[in-house]
Write a protein that binds this ligand. Sequence first.
Ligand code: NAD
Length: 472
Amino acid sequence: MHVRDQLYIDGKWVDASKKGSIDVINPATEEIIGKVPIGSSEDVDKAVAAAKSAFETWSKSDINQRIEALNALSNAFKERGEELAQTITAEVGTPIGYSRVAMVGTPRVVSRSYAKILENFSWEEEVRNSLICKEPVGVCAFITPWNFPLHQIIGKVAPAIAAGCTMILKPSKEAPLSAFILADILDEIGLPAGVFNLVSGHGSDIGNYMSSHPDVDMVSFTGSTGAGVSVSQSAAPTIKRVTLELGGKSANVALDDADPVLVAKKAIGACHQNSGQTCSALTRLIIPEGMNEQICEIIAGKNDSYLVGDPLDENTRCGPMVSSRQQTSVTEYIQSGINEGAILISGGLGMPDGIDKGFYVKPTIFANVTQDMRIWKEEIFGPVLVITTYKNESEALSLANDSVYGLSGGVWSASNERAIEFAKKMRTGQVSVNGGAFNVSAPFGGYKLSGNGRELGTHGLEEFLEIKAIQM
Ligand code: NAD
């Protein structure tokens, strides 16, 4: 049992102002596996005051001190990798192999990448008679979701440390435990008091309070579009900087010269990774009419044998949904697909065979999906792939761009050049061409309702900087 009964404020573990705790539930077993405090506005005030005071020195800290801190953080992720992977698997239900690589491996590499970026980053440049200086934006509030809990935190904490900012983190209530281990690590590596503060609690309460706080200079939010709107509204009167990483409904397009077998094989993992609870998942597969039969047949066969089960089993590909609420929501979407007349070619309603406990759903594939259906338009956030067909390339593009979101995407073609030309026309923040791998140094972020601003790489660092022009 992971019982964390204190908050991390100003370099110390301290009691929360009010009593009460949030239960953390293992979605595979439905058992309570941990507890974290319910922070209140008083705790946020203390954390913001600590961050404001620490900003005086940390904003002027030596770049080598920041590089050392980021490298030490990366090393600690390596040393405590298994503990972190097990903890995240327990709170999110992510299959353990994927946890090791994506949930812990990626934050380790991202932390190190910011140490590397700092080695050559230019903080000043001259433009005619002006000296342009880059300075840390100030005190930052971070509000993060549960699906990649540590990765989403480090996508904010690492560039903020690099920039010389100070911060208050509010992790999600479903998966807060890795954030507490992070606070332990930052304490152990000697990050100065007040630079990083952790206050757990409810988003609608303290998340909202952090967003409106007059002494917070920037709020960086990752989560649902609805909560992102609310954060923006709370932040507006204080004109703080707001960056938003929100939902997605990304298109995966096979051009007519693509290899249908390869497209079909890769489409399932691209949708179902992290049990389909991935903001950048490629959840709409758009294929030429002539490939429909072949691709659907391969995908249905592969999906039928997609291994669902205990996330601690090394062979498991798909674990449970994070919560009973999420299980209900995904199930309702599967029902709506059936009701609206999409063709269910694999999966469907009910628990996967042989499983009677945990918040599981069946990985599911719908074909003949049309643009008026909810499963085409809305983010399901579960292992549900929808397939539609097109007659010509301009129709493929208009289907790909037929979304209020624009976070990610994929294009397949025998010609990389042709795929890149198509990718350029997609209204979305990232596109993978012929299965191109995720790159931790490339900017990640959304067009349209998928958000504002970018994380990762140099672009992610610049979100944490103010720009000053000194005329000489
Ligand atoms: P969520 O919006 O419910 O919660 C995210 C965080 O916001 C949590 O910490 C929550 O406590 C807090 N919160 C909720 N309401 C708030 C409010 N009114 N004011 C301030 N804070 C509030 O999202 P979730 O269910 O945890 O995560 C799933 C969503 O996140 C999906 O829509 C997914 O696409 C999105 N997401 C986006 C990215 C990205 O990088 N674009 C990454 C992961 C997840």
